[in-house]
Design a protein around this ligand. Sequence first.
Ligand SMILES: [Zn+2]
Length: 394
Amino acid sequence: MSVRLYYDDPALLAFDGIVTACEPDPDGRGHRVALDRSAFYPTSGGQPHDLGHLRVDGHVLPVSDVVADERDEVWHVVAEPIEVGRQVVGEIDRGRRHDFRQQHTGQHILSAAFDYLLEARTESVHLGLEACTLDLHREVSAEECRRAEDYANFVVFGNRRVSIRFADADTLVDEPRLRKQTGRTGMVRLIDIEDHDLSACGGTHVHSTGEVGMIVVRATERFRGGTRVTFLCGRRALESYRDLRDAVDASARALSVAATDVPDAIAKLRDDLKQEQRRARELADRLVTLEAASLEARVDPAGVLVAHLPDADAQGVRQAASQLVSTPGRLVALLGGPSPHALVIARSADREADAGALVRQVCAAHGGKGGGRPDLAQAGGVVVTVDQLRSFLG
Ligand SMILES: [Zn+2]
């Protein structure tokens, strides 16, 4: 079984080892290689695997995945096979390892802060390439969350020691500092954050809390009766701060206000817009009323009117048609806007005609979709001229 070098030294980024097994990768990604010892972290405990490469006599093979099987063997997935017994040099991707050491240790610190201050237990953890989350067993308020965040950063600023030790699981049953009982048996690896947290964990961590850098809670949401907390540590917190700063600064420039005044400025803009929209609607209604009045003169002696209102939308033509058929004896067909048009056909209460049937006939011949009642019907997307429309009205 491969000796896991990161257990004792998570800062180790280069090592040598001997190939103990090599076989085709079961997922068809080339081959997988086991070594007598390895510093590569395999995907486990909610933390993704390391990347890097294996070097064989100057030949470099990138490692695309690292997995632990059910027997606890660590497999390195590479494109080409390597002979059993060959010596290899392994090199770990420094940036990715450092990032996950920061996120992982930050998670211990933050989980312990929630636990210690608020008795909110961490049920599960996900350390992703984009986002890291921890799920608390109960709901926490924004104020509680802020307190835990403050306390976690207090622990960071104190630059406390993070040490690794091993203990027999049986001796841990009565260990009061252990945050969560481990279900494991035999030897257990413990991560001890000075005066803050003791957890059983096989992951990669930093040596002192200052290395984690800032811990920030980016979002919280209700999740399975508790709270899912999205957090960022170290380099990720810095990058997130920059993204947010750039977005807020750009918004502030666009609004010509100070960055801290952006929310108020947006609220004011929204109110102004609502008021302007209301005013625009009122003006449009008034225009339609005037246009409908001007159409009165074009109603023929049989009470029929067909017309196009180029500036009216569906609501406008409907309103104009309703106004025109308030006079008895009328049958009115109006087109609105540019082609394809909005269409409304309406009749006065005393007139024999089925507006719904007429609209369906027009649509069947000239496209568009619509329908309605015998006294008023409408359609959209109709491609028809005023003269063509008139022919439907007899
Ligand atoms: Zn851990």
